[in-house]
Design a protein around this ligand. Structure first.
Ligand SMILES: *Cc1c(COP(=O)(O)O)cnc(C)c1O
Length: 229
C-alpha cells in the first residue's frame, strides 16, 4: 500500500471513531482534501483515490491545478480572497470558504454565472492575525448581503487557533456550532446556513465531534511533496 493510501486509511479510521463517539453518520461529513502544498500529480492521485472535494488557497494554484486536472471535481477555494481575483476563479469553484467582506460578495455577484455556495468565515478566536467576521458582526454581515442572489450562504467556516490546548480549540468549535444554529434559525432565504467548515490536519477529530460537516485536511492526507507519495 502506498503512503497516500495508508494516510487515507488512517484518516478514515479516525473520522469513523469520532463519528461513533458522538453518534454521527459518516455520510454527514465531507472531506475537502487540501492540495495546496502538493503537485498536480499528487492531487490527481488523491482524486483517483475517491475524493470529490479538493481545496486550494491561492487563485494561481487553483487555476494551475484545474488546467492540469480537467476531470469533474468540486474545487473549494479556502484562502483569503482579493476582489480583483474573483473573476478568475468564480466560475471554476463549487464552494468559497472565505467570504468575510461585503466587497467580496459584491464581486461574486458581478462575476458569477451561477450561484456559488459560500461559507462566511468567522474569526471566533479573536486573533488579530486571522481574517473573518467577528461573532458580534455576523448577523448584520449576513443580512447585508441578502440581495446578492449569486451568493448562497450555506454555512460558516473557521480556522482554530494554532495552539495545543485541546479544550480551547474545542470551545471555539462549540461557539461556531452555536453561531451556525443561530443563523440557521433566522431562516433567511439566502442563508440556509446548514453547514460548518472547520477542522484541519491537527484538529479535524475535535471538529467532527463538535459538528463539522466539512473538514479541510491538508498535510495529514496529501502528505508533503518532498516525502514522495
Ligand atoms: C492549508 C489549509 C488547510 C489545511 O491545513 P493542514 O494543516 O495541512 O491540514 C485548511 N484550511 C485552510 C483555510 C488552509 O489554508
Amino acid at each position: 500500500m502506498s503512503n497516500l493510501q495508508q494516510r487515507i486509511q488512517q484518516i478514515e479510521k479516525n473520522i469513523q471513531a469520532s463519528c461513533d463517539k458522538v453518534g454521527r453518520n459518516r455520510s454527514d461529513i465531507h472531506v475537502v482534501a487540501v492540495t495546496k502544498g502538493v503537485s498536480s500529480k499528487r492531487t490527481k492521485e488523491v482524486m483517483d483515490a475517491g475524493f470529490e472535494h479538493l481545496g486550494e488557497n491561492r487563485p494561481d494554484g487553483l487555476m494551475a491545478k484545474i488546467e492540469d486536472i480537467p476531470e469533474e471535481v468540486n474545487w473549494h477555494f479556502i484562502g483569503n480572497l482579493q476582489s480583483r481575483r474573483i473573476r478568475d476563479i468564480v466560475d471554476h469553484v463549487s464552494h468559497i470558504h472565505s467570504l468575510s467582506r461585503t466587497s467580496i460578495a459584491k464581486e461574486i455577484q458581478k462575476r458569477a454565472t451561477y450561484p456559488v455556495d459560500c461559507f462566511v468565515q468567522v474569526n471566533v478566536s479573536g486573533e488579530a492575525s486571522k481574517s473573518g467576521v467577528s461573532p458580534e458582526e455576523l448577523k448584520d454581515f449576513i443580512e447585508s448581503i441578502r440581495h446578492y442572489d449569486k451568493v448562497r450562504v450555506i454555512g460558516l467556516m473557521t480556522m482554530a487557533p494554532d495552539i495545543k490546548d485541546e479544550a480551547e480549540i474545542r470551545s471555539n468549535f462549540i461557539e461556531m456550532r452555536k453561531l451556525r444554529d443561530y443563523i440557521q434559525g433566522l431562516k433567511l432565504a439566502h442563508a440556509p446556513c446548514t453547514e460548518l467548515s472547520m477542522g484541519m490536519s491537527n484538529d479535524y477529530e475535535i471538529a467532527i465531534e463538535e459538528g463539522a460537516t466539512y473538514v479541510r485536511i491538508g498535510t495529514a492526507l496529501v502528505g508533503e511533496e518532498s516525502e514522495g507519495d
